[in-house]
Design a protein around this ligand. Sequence first.
Ligand code: NAD
Length: 481
Amino acid sequence: MTESRAGERVTESFIDGKSVSSAATYPNIDPSTGAAIGDVARSGGDEIDQAVTAARRAQREWRATTPEQRSGLLSRLAGLIDGETEALARLESEDSGKPLSQARNDARVCARYFRFYSHVIESYYGLSIPLRPDLHVYTRREPLGVTGHIVAWNYPMQLFGRAVAAAVATGNCAVLKPADETPRTAVRLARLAAEAGLPPGVVNVVTGLGPEAGAALAAHPGVDHLSFVGSTEVGTLIAGAAARRVVPATLELGGKSAHLVFGDADVERAATTAASAILQNAGQTCSAGSRLLVDERVHEEMLQRIADRFATVSIGPGVTDPDLGPLVSRKQQDRVRGYVESATGADIVCGGTVAEPDGITDGAYFTPTLIDGVDPAARIAQEEIFGPVITVTPFSTEEEAVALANGTDYALIGAVWTRDLGRAHRVAAQVDGGQIFVNTYGAGGGVELPFGGFRKSGYGREKGIEALDAYTATKTIVVQL
Ligand code: NAD
């Protein structure tokens, strides 16, 4: 962040260890108030090219560092992030509207990614293959080169950590384009990486708009891997760009994840968990449990309990740390309202309206919303709403519940609520998704847990040890003895 000549605050790209300005800027809007809180460098193809060139140059030496050296630097970076939790959380809360305590947690999780990959990289080995006595055969996991990361605005710090930590731990150099709405923590984290001693060019952040800086990064011939978090529409463009240059891609494109609550479940726990999972980050979580599929026998009780919880929710600006902050933008607010208005024929049990807490008329707030009797084929039951909205559909048999759960194009995560151990494992195996929880729900977080989807939720896995495979390729070496 520097002061521009006009005195306003400008968030600039961070490339090759330095701040880089751009000819144009765009305003950074705080969705809690609708006010501009500064400007952001509107970088494009030139800055992307500078960043990829710097990353390519840095990678020649970075790939030759030992796991121990990389581990030490990543661990130092984790410590620096921990030391700046408060400052990072405030930037994130202002950019995204996220309640402060959730933003603090995101900063901690970001640090944990760097610490986790600093540990596991030291025990990430190739194999020895006993092919023949006269041949010595072994494999090496080699970095891909320059990795390009285009991330969303919903968990900017966590997404930075999970992508960049795994990429640089394995010897790649990274160029990240943060979401248009949430650029500041990414730039700050890249500065901290430099402060921790990561050489210039290893971690670069280029701010800007999706169709400009994002598209330029996706299309750049010097990028060897693309990772993307965002909408299915843009994910398709990224996959196309990767395919045209024959580079691998990891896509995380959201979900329509379901809670399957059976009649024998601990209903109180299921209701409390489902309510807090959709309140978190105002429901703008790819793994939000936005569909409630509930056994007819406990349908009324679940509705009542969730509605009771929603009635007590505090709503306000992220920096005041309420239960529910605003959505990320007025655009997102319009989108959520549009979905709710499309739910004709369903019963809005509570919510369903925009909110104006403390008389703030320009914020992007939406009340927690519960919609019952939703037709499983309706748009609100099929498409990602990305707001504090739960749709409810009752079921009467296990088969019906599984069919409903699998009845969307998405397949990211899911939860089974039951006291029947056999049913828990049976249904967990049958529901499509990259993570299935039983009698609990883990929206976001989960540094150690491989994460990713099936079908339109995307492909590839990030997080956990599996991410190391995503950012490397196997080389097999055969030596005649
Ligand atoms: P988006 O897909 O447009 O943006 C995600 C990222 O892609 C941002 O960094 C953006 O700048 C970039 N981008 C946009 N257009 C691009 C292009 N042509 N080329 C390269 N990069 C580009 O998402 P959005 O418009 O911010 O949100 C729309 C919907 O997407 C949401 O309502 C939600 O349903 C979904 N979404 C999902 C996730 C998730 O976690 N999977 C995150 C954010 C949004």
